[in-house]
Design a protein. Structure first.
Length: 277
């Protein structure tokens, strides 16, 4: 039986082969379009959840980057998507970088603020930190057509803001109260995520929006920059960008759901038009 001499130590040498070292990976999630539940918008928490989860969990990325091009939409869906991004970022201890294309306004900026830093093109539109509710009144149209609408409710507020009845001051007051509460949530989110960066002397929460240069001065973004050069600056020239994006449903690819998709597209086009896009 062979024995080693006393004092002999067995050392295992681990060879490090430079050419086998994997380049850093950054997961890139594209968030483009209006924000709404169901089929009414391009972005919803339900639709994006698998995509976001996969981006954070697959392949051990060094960071996650968001490519944003959204004029906003539902504040609830904006909050749900942003909260999911933050939960996963904290869980995985990954930095999140946002890169704005044409616009990150209203709910789009809510999503951008979920990132640790925000970069934009010089011509990007940033801001619109406010809440809006829009509707129509058609009671006179019914009268001209000789149509009598009959509504019966249990609960005095059940027919609040009925578009076929005259607007009531108490209904408007209640709606404005709800909008103010939602606006306060938006403001709190921005102040929390941009703590120490915002221009405290400026009134940033009127719903106004700005080009990126002015947004930088106000502390709403961290700089003018584009995704590829910025990620190379942060993670090296060999950084790999693993892109994640939504695929259209199979039926939509073959022209099905034309009416629903058409109406959703018109609604989305109208939201972008608010910013001249």
């Amino acid at each position: 039986m062979f024995t080693f001499p006393r004092g002999f130590t067995w050392e295992i040498m681990i060879l490090k082969l430079p050419f086998l070292k994997k380049p850093p990976r950054v997961a890139v999630i594209r968030l483009a379009g209006s924000i709404a539940s169901g089929t009414r918008g391009s972005l919803s928490d339900e639709a994006l959840a698998p995509l976001i989860e996969k981006a954070f969990r697959k392949g051990k990325p060094k960071a996650v980057a968001l490519i944003l091009n959204s004029p906003g939409g539902s504040p609830v869906q904006s909050g749900l998507i942003a909260a999911r991004i933050r939960r996963l970022a904290d869980e995985k201890k990954l930095p999140v970088h946002a890169f704005v294309e044409d616009v990150a306004a209203s709910g789009g900026y809510w999503l951008a603020a979920a990132a640790d830093d925000i970069w934009a093109d010089g011509g990007s539109i940033i801001g619109s930190i406010g809440v809006i509710s829009a509707g129509f009144g058609a009671q006179e149209l019914l009268e001209r057509q000789g149509i009598e609408r009959r509504v019966y409710t249990a609960g005095k507020s059940k027919s609040t803001l009925d578009p076929f009845q005259k607007e009531k001051p108490e209904d408007v007051k209640r709606l404005k109260s709800l909008l103010d509460d939602m606006h306060a949530l938006f403001i709190e989110h921005v102040k929390t995520r941009r703590a120490g960066k915002l221009d405290e002397s400026a009134d940033l929460f009127t719903g106004e929006f700005w080009l990126a240069g002015r947004a930088l001065e106000l502390g709403l973004i961290d700089g003018i920059g584009h995704i590829e050069p910025k990620l190379k600056e942060l993670y090296g020239d060999k950084v790999r960008m693993i892109r994640y994006g939504r695929r259209k449903p199979l039926l939509s690819r073959f022209g099905a759901q034309v009416v629903g998709d058409g109406l959703a597209a018109l609604e989305e086009r109208a939201i972008f038009a608010r910013y001249g896009l």
